[in-house]
Design a protein around this ligand. Structure first.
Ligand code: R5P
Length: 298
Protein backbone atom coordinates (compact mmCIF):
# COMPACT_ATOMS: atom_id res chain seq x y z
CA UNK A 1 0.00 0.00 0.00
CA UNK A 2 1.22 3.51 -0.84
CA UNK A 3 2.49 5.45 2.17
CA UNK A 4 0.73 8.66 1.16
CA UNK A 5 -1.65 9.61 -1.65
CA UNK A 6 -3.99 12.40 -2.68
CA UNK A 7 -7.57 11.98 -3.86
CA UNK A 8 -10.21 14.48 -4.89
CA UNK A 9 -13.81 14.44 -6.05
CA UNK A 10 -14.44 15.40 -9.70
CA UNK A 11 -15.31 19.03 -8.83
CA UNK A 12 -11.83 19.59 -7.40
CA UNK A 13 -9.84 17.15 -9.52
CA UNK A 14 -7.65 19.85 -11.12
CA UNK A 15 -6.70 21.35 -7.75
CA UNK A 16 -6.25 17.92 -6.13
CA UNK A 17 -4.00 16.78 -8.96
CA UNK A 18 -1.93 19.99 -8.70
CA UNK A 19 -1.57 19.42 -4.95
CA UNK A 20 -0.44 15.82 -5.49
CA UNK A 21 2.07 16.99 -8.08
CA UNK A 22 3.47 19.67 -5.77
CA UNK A 23 3.85 17.05 -3.01
CA UNK A 24 5.26 14.38 -5.35
CA UNK A 25 2.45 11.98 -4.39
CA UNK A 26 0.18 9.72 -6.46
CA UNK A 27 -3.27 11.08 -7.29
CA UNK A 28 -6.57 9.31 -7.86
CA UNK A 29 -9.98 10.75 -8.58
CA UNK A 30 -12.78 9.68 -6.23
CA UNK A 31 -15.72 8.48 -8.31
CA UNK A 32 -19.11 10.04 -7.73
CA UNK A 33 -22.51 9.08 -9.07
CA UNK A 34 -25.74 10.83 -8.13
CA UNK A 35 -28.75 8.56 -8.33
CA UNK A 36 -32.01 10.01 -9.70
CA UNK A 37 -33.40 10.14 -6.15
CA UNK A 38 -30.54 12.38 -4.98
CA UNK A 39 -28.48 9.77 -3.15
CA UNK A 40 -24.74 9.59 -3.90
CA UNK A 41 -22.55 6.63 -4.75
CA UNK A 42 -18.90 7.27 -3.84
CA UNK A 43 -16.07 5.04 -5.07
CA UNK A 44 -12.53 5.59 -3.78
CA UNK A 45 -9.38 4.27 -5.45
CA UNK A 46 -5.76 4.25 -4.38
CA UNK A 47 -5.99 4.94 -0.64
CA UNK A 48 -2.65 5.56 1.03
CA UNK A 49 -1.77 4.80 4.64
CA UNK A 50 -2.03 8.56 4.86
CA UNK A 51 -4.64 9.88 2.47
CA UNK A 52 -5.14 13.53 1.67
CA UNK A 53 -8.72 14.08 0.58
CA UNK A 54 -9.15 17.38 -1.28
CA UNK A 55 -12.64 18.84 -1.34
CA UNK A 56 -13.71 22.43 -1.04
CA UNK A 57 -17.01 22.72 0.81
CA UNK A 58 -19.00 25.30 -1.13
CA UNK A 59 -22.58 24.07 -1.78
CA UNK A 60 -21.97 21.79 1.17
CA UNK A 61 -25.06 19.77 1.95
CA UNK A 62 -24.49 16.90 -0.50
CA UNK A 63 -20.75 17.21 -0.13
CA UNK A 64 -20.81 16.58 3.61
CA UNK A 65 -22.61 13.27 3.17
CA UNK A 66 -20.22 12.32 0.35
CA UNK A 67 -17.24 13.08 2.59
CA UNK A 68 -18.70 10.76 5.22
CA UNK A 69 -19.02 7.97 2.61
CA UNK A 70 -15.51 8.58 1.21
CA UNK A 71 -13.93 8.64 4.68
CA UNK A 72 -15.54 5.32 5.54
CA UNK A 73 -14.42 3.70 2.27
CA UNK A 74 -10.86 5.04 2.64
CA UNK A 75 -10.58 3.74 6.21
CA UNK A 76 -11.97 0.36 5.07
CA UNK A 77 -9.29 0.36 2.35
CA UNK A 78 -6.49 0.65 4.93
CA UNK A 79 -6.07 4.39 5.38
CA UNK A 80 -4.89 5.07 8.91
CA UNK A 81 -4.48 8.83 8.75
CA UNK A 82 -7.00 10.89 6.86
CA UNK A 83 -6.34 14.55 6.11
CA UNK A 84 -9.09 16.77 4.72
CA UNK A 85 -7.97 19.72 2.61
CA UNK A 86 -11.04 21.93 2.31
CA UNK A 87 -9.91 25.37 1.11
CA UNK A 88 -13.44 26.67 1.75
CA UNK A 89 -14.84 25.45 5.03
CA UNK A 90 -18.62 25.68 5.12
CA UNK A 91 -21.00 26.65 7.92
CA UNK A 92 -18.44 28.71 9.85
CA UNK A 93 -20.59 31.87 9.99
CA UNK A 94 -23.45 30.45 12.12
CA UNK A 95 -21.31 30.36 15.26
CA UNK A 96 -24.05 31.22 17.71
CA UNK A 97 -27.83 30.99 18.17
CA UNK A 98 -28.82 34.36 16.70
CA UNK A 99 -32.53 33.62 17.21
CA UNK A 100 -34.13 31.14 19.62
CA UNK A 101 -34.15 27.59 18.31
CA UNK A 102 -31.45 28.00 15.64
CA UNK A 103 -28.86 25.25 15.28
CA UNK A 104 -25.29 26.39 15.87
CA UNK A 105 -24.10 25.03 12.52
CA UNK A 106 -20.43 25.82 13.04
CA UNK A 107 -20.27 23.55 16.09
CA UNK A 108 -22.35 20.77 14.49
CA UNK A 109 -20.52 20.67 11.14
CA UNK A 110 -17.03 21.07 12.62
CA UNK A 111 -17.88 18.32 15.12
CA UNK A 112 -18.96 16.04 12.26
CA UNK A 113 -15.69 16.64 10.35
CA UNK A 114 -13.70 16.30 13.58
CA UNK A 115 -14.96 12.74 13.96
CA UNK A 116 -14.17 11.80 10.33
CA UNK A 117 -10.69 13.27 9.87
CA UNK A 118 -7.38 13.29 11.72
CA UNK A 119 -6.49 16.72 10.37
CA UNK A 120 -8.30 19.50 8.55
CA UNK A 121 -6.54 22.15 6.46
CA UNK A 122 -8.47 25.20 5.31
CA UNK A 123 -7.94 28.77 4.11
CA UNK A 124 -9.33 31.98 5.61
CA UNK A 125 -12.16 30.34 7.57
CA UNK A 126 -14.80 32.87 8.57
CA UNK A 127 -14.29 32.86 12.33
CA UNK A 128 -16.11 35.80 13.78
CA UNK A 129 -16.78 35.19 17.45
CA UNK A 130 -14.54 32.07 17.54
CA UNK A 131 -10.95 32.80 18.53
CA UNK A 132 -9.26 30.03 16.54
CA UNK A 133 -10.15 27.00 14.44
CA UNK A 134 -8.89 24.63 17.18
CA UNK A 135 -11.81 25.78 19.30
CA UNK A 136 -14.29 23.97 17.02
CA UNK A 137 -12.08 20.94 16.26
CA UNK A 138 -11.44 19.34 19.65
CA UNK A 139 -9.73 16.19 18.30
CA UNK A 140 -8.50 16.71 14.75
CA UNK A 141 -5.44 18.85 14.05
CA UNK A 142 -6.91 22.02 12.57
CA UNK A 143 -4.83 24.29 10.36
CA UNK A 144 -6.18 27.64 9.19
CA UNK A 145 -4.05 29.16 6.45
CA UNK A 146 -4.48 32.61 5.00
CA UNK A 147 -4.40 33.59 1.34
CA UNK A 148 -3.59 37.23 2.15
CA UNK A 149 0.09 36.76 1.22
CA UNK A 150 -0.91 35.42 -2.19
CA UNK A 151 -3.42 38.26 -2.67
CA UNK A 152 -0.67 40.79 -1.89
CA UNK A 153 1.67 39.00 -4.32
CA UNK A 154 -1.00 39.30 -6.99
CA UNK A 155 -1.29 43.07 -6.50
CA UNK A 156 2.50 43.41 -6.47
CA UNK A 157 2.78 41.46 -9.73
CA UNK A 158 0.18 43.76 -11.26
CA UNK A 159 2.20 46.86 -10.24
CA UNK A 160 -0.79 48.41 -8.49
CA UNK A 161 -0.08 52.15 -8.07
CA UNK A 162 0.75 53.53 -4.60
CA UNK A 163 -2.31 55.80 -4.83
CA UNK A 164 -4.64 52.76 -4.74
CA UNK A 165 -6.66 52.23 -1.57
CA UNK A 166 -7.71 48.85 -0.23
CA UNK A 167 -11.22 48.77 1.20
CA UNK A 168 -12.66 46.29 3.70
CA UNK A 169 -16.44 46.44 3.53
CA UNK A 170 -17.06 45.63 7.20
CA UNK A 171 -15.33 45.31 10.57
CA UNK A 172 -14.67 41.58 10.11
CA UNK A 173 -12.73 42.21 6.91
CA UNK A 174 -10.16 44.41 8.69
CA UNK A 175 -7.89 41.43 9.40
CA UNK A 176 -7.72 40.49 5.72
CA UNK A 177 -7.52 43.93 4.15
CA UNK A 178 -4.78 45.08 6.53
CA UNK A 179 -2.76 41.91 5.94
CA UNK A 180 -2.92 42.44 2.15
CA UNK A 181 -2.12 46.16 2.35
CA UNK A 182 0.77 46.02 4.85
CA UNK A 183 3.51 44.43 2.69
CA UNK A 184 2.61 46.80 -0.18
CA UNK A 185 2.42 49.94 1.96
CA UNK A 186 -1.07 50.75 0.62
CA UNK A 187 -3.70 52.76 2.48
CA UNK A 188 -6.77 51.05 3.99
CA UNK A 189 -10.35 52.08 4.72
CA UNK A 190 -12.75 49.80 6.62
CA UNK A 191 -16.51 50.14 6.40
CA UNK A 192 -19.33 49.54 8.85
CA UNK A 193 -22.01 47.15 7.64
CA UNK A 194 -25.57 46.52 8.71
CA UNK A 195 -27.14 43.38 7.30
CA UNK A 196 -30.95 43.56 7.16
CA UNK A 197 -31.40 40.42 5.04
CA UNK A 198 -29.51 38.07 2.71
CA UNK A 199 -29.32 40.74 0.01
CA UNK A 200 -30.27 43.83 1.98
CA UNK A 201 -27.10 45.56 3.14
CA UNK A 202 -26.26 49.08 4.31
CA UNK A 203 -22.63 50.22 4.44
CA UNK A 204 -20.91 53.38 5.64
CA UNK A 205 -17.19 53.97 5.08
CA UNK A 206 -15.53 56.50 7.39
CA UNK A 207 -13.24 58.93 5.45
CA UNK A 208 -14.73 57.78 2.14
CA UNK A 209 -13.82 61.15 0.58
CA UNK A 210 -10.22 59.80 0.36
CA UNK A 211 -11.23 57.58 -2.57
CA UNK A 212 -11.98 60.51 -4.88
CA UNK A 213 -9.84 60.24 -8.03
CA UNK A 214 -8.20 56.99 -6.89
CA UNK A 215 -8.49 53.31 -7.85
CA UNK A 216 -9.72 51.03 -5.07
CA UNK A 217 -9.69 47.31 -4.36
CA UNK A 218 -12.39 45.77 -2.20
CA UNK A 219 -10.86 42.92 -0.17
CA UNK A 220 -12.96 40.33 1.67
CA UNK A 221 -12.65 36.70 2.72
CA UNK A 222 -15.73 35.66 0.77
CA UNK A 223 -18.27 36.82 -1.75
CA UNK A 224 -21.49 34.92 -1.20
CA UNK A 225 -24.43 36.71 -2.87
CA UNK A 226 -22.20 39.68 -3.66
CA UNK A 227 -24.66 42.06 -1.97
CA UNK A 228 -22.00 43.36 0.45
CA UNK A 229 -19.52 44.28 -2.26
CA UNK A 230 -22.19 45.59 -4.64
CA UNK A 231 -23.34 48.07 -2.00
CA UNK A 232 -19.75 49.01 -1.18
CA UNK A 233 -19.01 49.55 -4.89
CA UNK A 234 -22.04 51.83 -5.29
CA UNK A 235 -20.96 54.17 -2.52
CA UNK A 236 -17.30 54.10 -3.62
CA UNK A 237 -18.29 55.08 -7.16
CA UNK A 238 -20.56 57.82 -5.82
CA UNK A 239 -17.60 59.11 -3.79
CA UNK A 240 -15.46 59.37 -6.94
CA UNK A 241 -13.36 56.16 -7.05
CA UNK A 242 -11.93 55.90 -10.58
CA UNK A 243 -11.86 52.10 -10.67
CA UNK A 244 -13.28 49.46 -8.33
CA UNK A 245 -11.89 45.94 -8.28
CA UNK A 246 -12.52 42.97 -6.00
CA UNK A 247 -9.98 40.60 -4.51
CA UNK A 248 -11.30 37.67 -2.51
CA UNK A 249 -10.32 34.25 -1.23
CA UNK A 250 -13.68 32.48 -1.64
CA UNK A 251 -15.85 33.36 -4.63
CA UNK A 252 -19.22 31.70 -4.16
CA UNK A 253 -21.44 34.00 -6.24
CA UNK A 254 -23.43 32.46 -9.10
CA UNK A 255 -23.65 33.99 -12.60
CA UNK A 256 -26.61 36.29 -11.84
CA UNK A 257 -25.05 37.60 -8.65
CA UNK A 258 -21.78 38.18 -10.50
CA UNK A 259 -23.66 40.19 -13.15
CA UNK A 260 -25.27 42.28 -10.41
CA UNK A 261 -21.82 42.94 -8.92
CA UNK A 262 -20.48 44.23 -12.23
CA UNK A 263 -23.64 46.33 -12.73
CA UNK A 264 -22.97 47.96 -9.35
CA UNK A 265 -19.78 49.51 -10.75
CA UNK A 266 -17.15 46.83 -10.25
CA UNK A 267 -14.59 46.64 -13.07
CA UNK A 268 -12.96 43.30 -12.29
CA UNK A 269 -13.10 40.44 -9.79
CA UNK A 270 -10.17 38.19 -8.94
CA UNK A 271 -10.34 35.21 -6.59
CA UNK A 272 -8.23 32.30 -5.46
CA UNK A 273 -9.12 28.82 -6.68
CA UNK A 274 -10.46 27.86 -3.22
CA UNK A 275 -13.81 27.52 -4.99
CA UNK A 276 -13.70 26.80 -8.74
CA UNK A 277 -15.02 29.94 -10.47
CA UNK A 278 -14.49 31.93 -13.69
CA UNK A 279 -12.82 34.67 -11.62
CA UNK A 280 -10.06 32.37 -10.27
CA UNK A 281 -6.67 34.00 -10.90
CA UNK A 282 -4.64 32.88 -7.87
CA UNK A 283 -3.70 29.24 -7.25
CA UNK A 284 -3.61 28.10 -3.63
CA UNK A 285 -1.48 25.03 -4.44
CA UNK A 286 1.84 26.38 -3.05
CA UNK A 287 0.19 27.40 0.23
CA UNK A 288 -1.66 24.08 0.63
CA UNK A 289 1.33 21.96 -0.39
CA UNK A 290 3.49 23.70 2.17
CA UNK A 291 0.99 23.00 4.98
CA UNK A 292 0.29 19.40 3.98
CA UNK A 293 4.01 18.77 3.48
CA UNK A 294 4.54 19.95 7.07
CA UNK A 295 1.86 17.57 8.33
CA UNK A 296 3.39 14.65 6.44
CA UNK A 297 6.85 15.43 7.80
CA UNK A 298 5.60 15.92 11.37
C1 R5P B 1 -19.22 38.41 6.26
O1 R5P B 1 -18.91 39.17 7.13
C2 R5P B 1 -18.28 38.05 5.16
O2 R5P B 1 -16.99 38.53 5.38
C3 R5P B 1 -18.77 38.55 3.83
O3 R5P B 1 -18.72 39.98 3.83
C4 R5P B 1 -20.16 38.10 3.56
O4 R5P B 1 -20.34 36.75 3.87
C5 R5P B 1 -20.50 38.35 2.12
O5 R5P B 1 -21.81 37.94 1.88
P1 R5P B 1 -22.61 38.51 0.66
O6 R5P B 1 -21.72 38.42 -0.54
O7 R5P B 1 -23.82 37.61 0.57
O8 R5P B 1 -22.99 39.90 0.99
Amino acid sequence: MTAAAVTAFPDGAAQGRALAQALGLPFSETGLHRFPDGESLVRVAGAGETTILYRSLDRPNDKLVELMLAADALRAGGCRRLILVAPYLCYMRQDTEFNPGEAVSQRVVAGFLDRLFDAVVTVDPHLHRTAALDAVFPAARAIALTATGLLADRLRARHVPGAALLIGPDAESRQWVEAVAAPLGLGVLVGEKTRRGDRDIAIGIPDISRVEGRPVFLVDDMVSTGATLAEAARILRAAGATRVEVLTTHMLAGPDDLKALMAAGIDAVESTDAVPHDTNRIALTPLLADAVGGLLAG
